[in-house]
Ligand binder design. Structure first.
Ligand SMILES: [Zn+2]
Ligand SMILES: [Zn+2]
Ligand SMILES: [Zn+2]
Ligand SMILES: [Zn+2]
Ligand SMILES: [Zn+2]
Length: 353
């Protein structure tokens, strides 16, 4: 454990090494605030056990699945690696039922054609060329010549043929020959067409058994293990970014790796242990945990004789490390000075232009 004397001695030595002793003097006291840095990750394995009624359409072999009597009591070895997600599916002993489906062979009457295999279809459709409107210029498709013969063809582009209904020359639509209707291409005029849902069979696969005529039902137990990773960074705020970065780079961090259910090792510093304990509290459903953590004590020192500086002191590889940041008061002074200089430049530029 670092003592306040060690910390002040490190600050004095740092000032001396920087050659500032003659101007700043060597402090004999300082206001020391202790910070404890804790960083790392904790990975927890969270287990949930759920049951579900299952149905399988057709046949299925469940004999290779593990069986259980009471899911919450089912023994299962702890995970080898808490960071790996696993899902285990089990079958409740005695719950498997193999049943023939009431449909018998997996097929039921087609709902669209009611089992007939065909659907009604109009034998003729309206002619698409004349749309049935001017099928014949003389009889309009009725067979009775009610109109006079035109002196010349009304539409030069229209090709007209002899009407099958009234016999007039060059009067009828060439596609329907005066009928206004053409034979249905779907049923070729038969008046019925094959049901497209069952291809004329009259039956379709039964949905409940997916056409297999057989179902298997059982109670399934699922044991799911999911990792939950938590990044740990303490303190979360309140420490300047630069001070933290320096400590990360040059600090002699105390490390510990806790596997599975290890309790916090006794030989760790009390402060380290105190920080660890609340973070390693078991969570709901936790069955395993791994934590990779490091700790560094850090002292923040302000010397009454020169309050414009903050000294950060922490253990390094061979000796105590000291890092200086301007105090926040000093930072505002510097910012103010910079702003003042910019304002002067601005006024000068206005004045000179
Ligand atoms: Zn069925
Ligand atoms: Zn059908
Ligand atoms: Zn006609
Ligand atoms: Zn026509
Ligand atoms: Zn048809």
């Amino acid at each position: 454990m670092l003592s306040e004397t060690d910390i002040l001695q490190a600050v004095r030595q740092h000032i001396a090494e920087r050659g500032e002793a003659p101007t700043m003097g060597l402090p004999t006291s300082g206001e020391i605030t202790w910070h404890s840095l804790l960083e790392g990750t904790a990975v927890r394995c969270i287990e949930t056990r759920t049951e579900d009624e299952r149905i399988h359409r057709g046949r299925i072999d469940l004999s290779d699945r593990p069986q259980y009597d009471r899911l919450e009591r089912h023994p299962l070895a702890p995970p080898k690696d808490p960071a790996v997600a696993t899902t285990l599916k089990l079958v409740q002993r005695g719950s498997v039922k193999e049943d023939p489906c009431p449909c018998g062979n997996g097929r039921v009457t087609c709902s669209r054609c009611q089992g007939r295999g065909d659907l009604p279809c109009a034998a003729t459709t309206t002619c698409s060329d004349c749309r049935g409107i001017d099928a014949c210029l003389r009889c309009d498709g009725t067979g009775h010549r009610t109109r006079k013969a035109p002196e010349e063809t009304r539409h030069a582009a229209d090709e007209r043929v002899t009407c099958k209904k009234c016999g007039a020359f060059d009067a009828a639509c060439s596609t329907c020959r005066g009928r206004g209707q053409v034979t249905c291409s779907t049923c070729q005029g038969r008046g019925v067409r094959e049901c497209p849902d069952c291809d004329g069979e009259g039956t379709e696969p039964h949905k409940r058994c997916a056409g297999t005529g057989h179902t298997v039902t059982w109670t399934e137990g699922i044991i799911s293990r999911q990792p939950r990773t938590e990044e740990i960074k303490w303190p979360e705020s309140g420490l300047p970014y630069m001070a933290r970065q320096r400590a990360r780079e040059y600090g002699n961090w105390r490390k510990t790796f806790l596997a599975q259910t290890d309790s916090v090792p006794d030989e760790l510093e009390d402060e380290f242990k105190a920080l660890l304990k609340p973070r390693l509290k078991p969570r709901d459903g936790e069955i395993a945990r791994e934590a990779d953590l490091r700790y560094l004590p850090l002292a923040r020192v302000v010397v009454p004789e020169h309050r414009h500086r903050v000294y950060y002191v922490y253990p390094g590889q061979s000796k105590l490390q000291v890092f200086i940041l301007p105090s926040s008061q000093r930072t505002w002074q510097i910012a103010g000075a910079v702003f003042g200089a910019l304002a002067v430049l601005y006024l000068l530029s206005r004045f000179l232009s």
